[in-house]
Design a protein around this ligand. Structure first.
Ligand code: HEC
Length: 158
């Protein structure tokens, strides 16, 4: 009798421990597996945060070109791609509108940066800007008009 109680108790304990591992709870990410995934996905946000990042990096790219800081320009270009691609992973319905931007505009901008010439850079920056505008039109936010920046925001300068 004693033994059977012990065995049942330890089995119960074991299964509890096991369950806890399968359904770990965070400080604030809690609930079932499904609920936790939903919380995490919500926190990653949709396309808006990808665009806030893109907007910032677009400005940094511009000033990098004016400074002839080509390494920094290249860095910002890569991060724009990453921000947009990850945004599209979260919002795949927007992918079609971004196709030209990703497959033509960004590679062309990369080639312009390689030339290390601000005149060529500025020409391509205008093409890049038009590509932002055209996706905004396709995605029905044409009132989000993009224009080259007027002032620096970041402390990175030459
Ligand atoms: C998929 C095509 C697409 C491309 C390419 C794109 N955008 Fe956007 N952008 C959007 C959409 C859609 C929104 C509105 C986001 C929303 O409603 O969640 C937006 C919003 C924005 C916002 C406002 C973000 C905010 O919430 O404050 C900025 C800034 C922005 N875009 C800048 C740019 C710049 C600069 C470029 C080019 C370097 C660019 N975008 C390229 C689709 C695009």
């Amino acid at each position: 009798m004693k033994w059977s109680v012990l065995i049942i108790a330890s089995l119960l304990l074991w299964s509890c421990g096991n369950n806890q591992e399968q359904n770990a709870q965070g400080e604030w990410i809690k609930g079932t597996e499904q609920e936790k995934l939903e919380t995490i996905e919500k926190q990653f946000r949709g396309f808006d945060m990808a665009m806030v990042e893109t907007g910032y990096r677009y400005q940094e790219l511009y000033w990098a070109g004016q400074d002839e800081n080509w390494e920094y320009a290249n860095y910002q270009l890569k991060k724009i791609r990453k921000a947009v691609e990850q945004g599209l992973e979260r919002r795949p319905k927007r992918a079609k509108s971004a196709e030209h931007f990703l497959t033509v505009t960004l590679p062309e901008m990369g080639k312009a940066i390689e030339k290390r010439d601000t005149v060529i850079f500025n020409e391509n920056f205008q093409i890049l800007t038009n590509s932002c505008i055209s996706c905004h039109a396709m995605e029905k936010v044409p009132h989000f008009t993009v224009k080259e920046p007027l002032y620096r925001q970041s402390p990175i300068r030459k």
